[in-house]
Design a protein around this ligand. Structure first.
Ligand SMILES: *[C@@H]1O[C@H](CO)[C@@H](O)[C@H](O)[C@H]1NC(C)=O
Ligand SMILES: *[C@@H]1O[C@H](CO)[C@@H](O)[C@H](O)[C@H]1NC(C)=O
Ligand SMILES: *[C@@H]1O[C@H](CO)[C@@H](O)[C@H](O)[C@H]1NC(C)=O
Ligand SMILES: *[C@@H]1O[C@H](CO)[C@@H](O)[C@H](O)[C@H]1NC(C)=O
Ligand SMILES: [Cu+2]
Length: 566
């Protein structure tokens, strides 16, 4: 019955008669850019960087034809926050729902724009998006937007930025040479891929600002001088409006706010996006944590003094409530408890969320789910390396993430929004159901505080293979991911002919099997002894094992072909 109602709701949401197809042709390749004044190679689209904004209306079909012209790296794009109902093979993560797209190859993404709101797209090939391959993805629900009653919309991306390229940084971060396990510190904070941004504001006009955190690591605070923000959505989910002067967005998170132009402005006003330095093990004196912006009423007014403050008091997203007033899901059918556990292994620091740090399988996990029949319900076929959890169709799932680490971590679930039903700030979750929220916030990325816990609930109503992972790119590389295999039998029914030939072909080009268990075995699929489980000692390091004393820059040479790997 619930399933039937969900279908009805979906069909009213998606007026198919009006839906159109929005097509993009993207040639992905290296270009040079200097967002903070330092010129470096970045990953561009059609020779351009910053990258284009993808916009569509709810229910449209988005088609993106990708050609990989990088020459020296594989790629693949994730459409962060999009549900991919019936199109799990379009979700993007390499080794999970597809093979990486090798240099010289093409791949077409085609999916329904759903849900509406502020999203982003980014590479989900290992450690690639901080080199520039990320941009805004906006899905409009014109009726909902009309109700919000704003005059104009603006997009504000906030990001940390590195001068060094990711392969060398990741290699060093994960090596035994990184004795204290600290993450590389960014060199700058940027907004809309530059140091400053000016928004032209008119008196009394209302502006919807879509704030999108496309960071690799740092969280940002955003504050507008003299103007309150009215928060209207988080991660695309509309909220009961709440007024605040400061917000915080962690990597992967988005917040939509409305600001209103003053009736009689006499000056221009500053705004700031400031990185949260508490996540950094050390703050170099040269690092400017702030990106400054201007709300400009009149170019003749003098430039405002920048906002400088060392502490910010952002609104607590846990206190927000969804606009639809949806109550907490009933008692969970399955409770999955995880622990954020960084520890030293012989190869260097790694992080586990399940029993082991995530290890990429020999066959993309979706392909295993589609080709192992009834055994797809057995976690053994996927192998321990991917930390598989089987979710049965219709189940209410509760995920508990306890964080014994001294840093906070923003956790993202693919294919769903979840309810944040509980959070603790200083201790693990005690399971006390009295402390659950009655009308919990819904979003797709939630920060678990250092030493605290979050409790999330969602319904398994979207057959697919979906990652759940920390959105700090360093920690993904360290292994902080698990795999949810949701309703695999229904998933097989959605792909009666298996994976399209064009997608299998890019696997074959790289010698990656497209069927069978995690080792590519099509017989005795429960025998996973040949699946990948060893931790990669030399991520991005190619076959040469460089001496520990060498510096990051020197290592860059060794990784010349490193991303062309599976
Ligand atoms: C970028 O920051 C890192 C870490 O602080 C530092 O080692 C490096 O020298 C910086 N690069 C530049 C070009 O400033
Ligand atoms: C973006 O996310 C990073 C990582 O969680 C965080 O450090 C930074 O403060 C966030 N930016 C904003 C504007 O909240
Ligand atoms: C964290 O992982 C390490 C390495 O696998 C293990 O020895 C340790 O017991 C784990 N810690 C906890 C609290 O589970
Ligand atoms: C790939 O090529 C680009 C552009 O020439 C270069 O900047 C980058 O360092 C190369 N990456 C690797 C992993 O060699
Ligand atoms: Cu993390």
């Amino acid at each position: 019955m619930a399933w039937f109602l969900a279908l009805v709701a979906l069909s009213t949401l998606l007026p198919s008669s009006l839906a159109k197809t929005v097509t993009f042709n993207w040639d992905i390749g290296w270009v040079n850019a200097a967002p903070d004044g330092f010129n470096r190679p970045v990953i561009g689209i059609n020779g351009q960087w910053p990258l284009p904004k993808v916009e569509a209306d709810l229910g449209d079909t988005i088609v993106v034809n990708i050609h990989n012209s990088l020459g020296n790296e594989t790629t693949g794009i994730h459409w962060h926050g999009q549900f991919q109902q019936g199109t799990n093979n379009m979700d993007g993560p390499s080794g999970v729902t597809q093979c990486p797209i090798p240099p010289g190859s093409s791949f077409t993404y085609s999916f329904t724009a759903e849900p509406a709101g502020s999203y982003w797209y980014h590479s989900h090939a290992p450690a690639q998006y901080p080199d520039g391959l990320r941009g805004p993805l906006i899905i409009h629900d014109r009726a909902a937007e009309k109700k919000l009653g704003f005059d104009q919309e603006l997009t504000l991306t906030v990001s940390d930025w590195y001068h060094d390229q990711m392969p060398g940084l990741v290699h060093y971060y994960l090596s035994t040479a990184n004795t204290d396990g600290s993450e590389p510190i960014p060199n700058s904070s940027i907004i809309n891929d530059k140091l400053t941004e000016t928004f032209n504001i008119q008196p009394n006009k209302k502006y919807l600002i879509r704030i999108i955190n496309i960071s690799a690591f740092a969280a940002h605070y955003v504050k507008f001088d003299g103007h309150n923000m009215c928060v209207v959505a988080v991660d695309g989910v509309q909220t009961q409006p709440v007024t605040t002067d400061t917000i915080e967005v962690s990597a992967g998170q988005r917040m939509d706010v409305i600001i209103t132009g003053m009736p009689n402005p006499k000056k221009n006003y500053a705004f700031v996006a400031s990185m949260d330095p508490s996540m950094f093990d050390s703050v170099p004196s040269t690092l400017n944590l702030n990106s400054d912006g201007i709300l400009q009423y009149n170019p003749k007014f003098p430039a405002p003094a920048p906002i400088r403050q060392s502490t910010f008091t952002p609104i607590d997203d846990f206190s927000l409530a969804p606009l639809d007033g949806q109550h907490i899901y009933g008692n969970p059918d399955q409770i999955i408890t995880m622990l954020v556990n960084f520890s030293d292994y012989s190869v260097g620091q790694r992080a586990a969320l399940g029993p082991t740090p995530y290890v990429s399988p020999k066959v993309p996990t979706l392909y295993t789910a589609l080709t192992t029949g009834q055994d797809a319900l057995n976690p053994k076929v996927y192998g321990d390396g991917v930390n598989p959890f089987i979710l049965k169709s219709g189940q209410i799932i509760e995920v508990v993430v306890n964080n014994i680490d001294t840093g906070a971590h923003p956790f993202h679930l693919h294919g769903h929004t979840f309810q944040v039903v509980a959070r603790t700030n200083t201790q693990p979750w005690d399971g006390n159901t009295k402390n659950l929220r009655a009308v919990p916030m819904k979003r797709d990325t939630m920060k678990v505080p250092a030493g605290g816990a979050i409790v999330l609930r969602f319904q398994a109503n979207n057959p697919g293979v979906f990652l759940f992972h920390c959105h700090i790119e360093w920690h993904v590389q360290a292994g902080l991911s698990v795999t949810f295999i949701e309703s695999p039998i229904q998933l097989q029914q959605q792909f009666p002919n298996g994976i399209p030939w064009a997608q299998k072909q890019i696997c074959q080009k790289q010698g990656i099997p497209t069927e069978g268990n995690c080792a590519g075995q099509t017989r005795n699929v429960l025998d996973n002894s040949k699946c990948n489980k060893a931790l990669d000692a030399n991520i991005w390091g190619s076959l040469i094992n460089p001496p520990k004393s060498r510096k990051v820059r020197g290592l860059l040479r060794d990784v010349a072909s490193a991303r062309v790997r599976v």
